[in-house]
Design a binder for this molecule. Sequence first.
Ligand SMILES: Nc1ncnc2c1ncn2[C@@H]1O[C@H](COP(=O)(O)OP(=O)(O)OP(=O)(O)O)[C@@H](O)[C@H]1O
Length: 235
Amino acid sequence: MTMNTFSTKGITKVYGEGRSAVHALRGVDLDIPKGEIVVLLGPSGSGKSTLLNIIGGLDRATEGDAFFQDQNLSEMTDKQLTQYRRNHVGFVFQFYNLMPSLTARENVELVTEIARDPMDPDAALAMVGLRERVDHFPAQMSGGEQQRVAIARAVAKNPTVLFCDEPTGALDSTTGRAVLNVLKDVNEKLGATVLIVTHAASQAAMADRVIHFADGAIREIVVNDKKLTPEEITW
Ligand SMILES: Nc1ncnc2c1ncn2[C@@H]1O[C@H](COP(=O)(O)OP(=O)(O)OP(=O)(O)O)[C@@H](O)[C@H]1O
């Protein structure tokens, strides 16, 4: 039997209350098998980031259960959620979120110093092709290089799962492709489950599984028999 990294049952999320309530998720049932690359697609406001935040332990569902392996995130205390994020989850965002006053290595060390089973920061930076740039500051690097530092920072803790919210949103297609290649490597070499939220529908071709979201619910799940490499994708 395939072990699921995530399994959700009837997840709903309502922001606010009364007349101003926003129903961001309306009952999401989902299984994400271990070690897959999963792409979440859907219009703006359809609930993709909300789902990512809930299974990433950054936010809580209003109702329903979200399991990470056999642990119910919905029943965890705030302290347990912090431990879950610290030990298992890497996050990559559209705008890198690097500390401008720290070098690439120091940005990665922010995470490795508190992680349970970290990689060597220089090894993480070498993995994303930045061996020569470890002592450079974010302002000395291109957008794609900064995003690769952010990925190195996320993978240096040896995460079970890597969440990427619009990781190529601020990049041109050549640079974006290099970033997707790094995510593919992380999936293949570290065995991490990788979840990518994107507006670029063509990136779905590199996924094992594509989840189409609409209006707070899953509209369709497509399993790709054959995946394309990032080089084969155009967008
Ligand atoms: N903190 C919040 N308070 C109130 N409403 C929120 C909050 N966060 C998200 N929403 C609303 O929940 C809905 C789902 O938002 P979400 O960010 O999950 O969508 P998304 O599919 O990720 O969109 P995008 O592609 O634009 O990032 C939207 O209507 C949004 O306005």
